[in-house]
Design a protein around this ligand. Sequence first.
Ligand SMILES: [Zn+2]
Length: 189
Amino acid sequence: MTLLTRRSFVHLALTTAAAAAFPEVATAKESPDWRLNALNRDRYLKLIRPQSGEQAVFCYWRKDKGWDMDGYRQACWLLRDVQYNAQVQMDPGLLDTLFILQIWLATYGQNHEIRVNSGYRTAKHNSRLENAAKNSMHLYGKAADIRIPGVSPKLLSDMGKMLGLGGVGLYEKQGFIHVDRGSVRSWKG
Ligand SMILES: [Zn+2]
């Protein structure tokens, strides 16, 4: 996976909220490899799809063997377009983004069950959404809209921005954040 250099990482703003809730994050800039360190273990995800009532815990990457295809397939299934019953191969980097968010939350005793409002979206589905970007990363299996009960969307988006691995959109009123594997950028919806 692509990781940012130390220089570009230290340019990212650390918010006091994220730093207070996640002390390790505050010192993370001292270690340019902190994301690699975080990924250097079996990578489990716990995902919930409220729309379909599904939830699963699975390992999509193993420290000793690399990609676990059963787990990866499970991720692609859970991140599918539930409404239009379609799935694609999700960007593996998106899974890593979700994984790092999840282990941080778990490390600090926060709820870390990621509820996926939207993962992959078919073109038809996307075109019918009023506020969706025409060329949305959801169309390419590179984005997810997520929320975690008990964790404010603001804090979640601050953490997402700090990862510096792609785009982060904060939809505070709607109660979720968007993360994607496009260029590093952030916005408020
Ligand atoms: Zn989105």
